[in-house]
Design a protein around this ligand. Structure first.
Ligand code: FES
Ligand code: FES
Length: 192
């Protein structure tokens, strides 16, 4: 058994301090668990929602669990990979790192809300055309980060696109195809 500096036991997902309770069949409370629920008002992909949520819940968790919008992925769960990127009032945010209540009253766009009128978004089309996905786990976050970026910059350079994606990691290393797709989508959006 390998115990880390904070008492976290590698591979078990728990701490040494929690072991007695687990051995006795009791579950330990997560931080913030049991706090009174609060009302969250959120417009997601154009649909208004009113939800009762615990203050500790993240936006990513509420989107995926309560609203069943599982296109938003959670990989690192600690603001390091960009997989969970959604648009909050048009700007890309890491939804694993935002409490749902911090988004109260906002408009959220997820990957499910990007296509419109039976047509894929130019970014989605370009990702398919350029073969910019391998496992695809990073793809929703990449596309949402780019969607926010291309709203602000209609004529981006390849370097600018790379900088906009600096917080989005692709473990499959599909970066060259992702940059190709972003450039093609930018040209398409610029023509509209
Ligand atoms: S899952 Fe949110 S940044 Fe990695
Ligand atoms: S396509 Fe697999 S992580 Fe990016």
């Amino acid at each position: 058994m390998s115990i880390g500096r904070r008492g976290f036991i590698k591979g078990l997902g728990t701490t040494a301090a929690a072991l007695p309770a687990l051995a006795a069949g009791r579950e330990t409370a997560a931080p913030g668990e049991g706090q009174p629920v609060r009302t969250l008002r959120l417009t997601v992909n154009g649909v208004a929602h009113r939800l009762d949520v615990e203050p500790r819940r993240t936006l990513a968790g509420v989107l995926r669990r309560e609203l069943r919008l599982t296109g938003t992925k959670v990989a690192c769960d600690r603001a390091s990979c960009g997989a969970c990127t959604v648009l909050l009032d048009g700007r890309p945010v890491l939804s694993c790192h935002l409490l749902a209540l911090q988004a109260d009253g906002a408009a959220v766009t997820t990957i499910e809300g990007l296509a419109g009128r039976g047509r894929l978004h130019p970014l989605q089309e370009a990702f398919i055309r350029c073969d910019a996905t391998q496992c695809g786990f990073c793809t929703p976050g990449m596309i949402m980060a780019l969607a926010g970026f291309l709203q602000a910059d209609r004529q981006p350079t390849r370097d600018g696109i790379a900088r906009a994606l600096a917080g989005n990691l692709c473990r499959c290393g599909a970066y060259p195809h992702i940059l190709d797709a972003a450039e093609q989508a930018a040209r398409e959006i610029g023509r509209r």
